[in-house]
Design a protein around this ligand. Structure first.
Ligand code: BT5
Length: 264
């Protein structure tokens, strides 16, 4: 089974207008997001994609490490949406919805979205998303959306032990390797589709679809953010992407940046 990506072969069958019309592939890079930001500064066009077999210093939010062994799908897409910078966070929902739908459609998996940027299977993280931007006069001059999917590797062989409990790979879940190129193609097509809908329609509709996968809603959660920890009921996600929490004393709080863990 072809488990590697051949960008030329991929482009022959790719059904997109922009996403992936230019693909840069590398065996190993520090971070596809870092590479994509460099290309964006050099005026790379919207839809340019970079993908790597491994990343030596893949990163998540707040400079956290993203471990990226061979067998994973590590890629970044350059977008030029020409909107205000406060809308950038919404692209994370666009991307995680695309990942959730594709994993369900291709492999029949029961997929969950978790605020703000995770995709889970069996409550474990299978994908992380990172949107980074550069601003000019409050406008995003480009956005790099990085997507990392634990695909063809065994979690216990390829990731550090501290991640085993909360992490899953498609290989571990399905008991076999998947066709990486097929997954990549489906993701680019789905991402373009939802991104174009996002530009044309109301974000509420897309967020509504995302929420259908968001099993943490209606549950007690602990939120960790820059201002400390907060516990309460995850009531909703607002149209600006912030999490709405109702604390025990009934106060409603909006959290824009943070991490959640679901409490039973
Ligand atoms: C994320 O950050 O989840 C965003 C990850 C984005 C990775 C992609 S890969 C392509 C592109 N290039 C990059 O350099 N980045 C993007 P965050 O929510 O901050 O979560 C980071 C945390 O996830 C870490 O602190 C670990 O606990 C955990 N983690 C690290 N590697 C992981 C992996 N492979 N699978 C699951 N969890 C992981």
């Amino acid at each position: 089974m072809p488990i590697n990506i051949n960008p030329n072969r991929l482009q022959e069958s790719l059904q997109t207008k922009q996403l992936g019309r230019k693909i840069f592939y590398a065996n190993s890079v520090s971070s596809t997001n870092k590479w994509a930001k460099k290309l964006a500064k050099l005026e790379a066009s919207e839809g340019t994609v970079v993908v790597a077999r491994t990343q030596t210093s893949g990163h998540g939010r707040l400079g956290r490490k993203w471990i990226s062994p061979a067998g994973g799908l590590w890629f970044s897409v350059i977008l030029r949406p020409n909107f205000d910078v406060d809308k950038v966070a919404k692209l994370v929902f666009v991307a995680s919805l695309a990942v959730a739908e594709v994993l369900h459609e291709l492999y029949g998996l029961d997929v969950e979205t978790k605020w703000p940027n995770d995709v889970l299977i069996d409550g474990k993280k299978v994908c992380g998303i990172l949107a980074e931007t550069s601003t000019q006069n409050k406008k995003a001059s480009y956005v790099v959306v990085g997507i990392g999917i634990n695909a063809n590797f065994d979690v216990k062989k390829s990731l550090p032990q501290k991640l085993w409990e909360n992490t899953l790979s498609l290989e571990t879940k399905l008991g076999q390797k998947i066709r990486l190129e097929e997954l990549f193609r489906a993701l680019l097509e789905k991402l373009e589709d939802i991104y174009h809908r996002f530009l044309k329609t109301d974000f509420t509709l897309i967020l509504g679809e995302w929420k259908k996968h968001a099993r943490f809603l209606g549950h007690e959660v602990e939120v960790t953010s820059g201002s400390g920890k907060l516990r309460g009921l995850a009531v909703d996600v607002d149209d600006d992407g912030s999490l709405i929490i109702k604390t025990r004393d009934g106060t409603i709080k909006h959290v824009l940046v943070g991490d959640i863990s679901v409490k039973q």
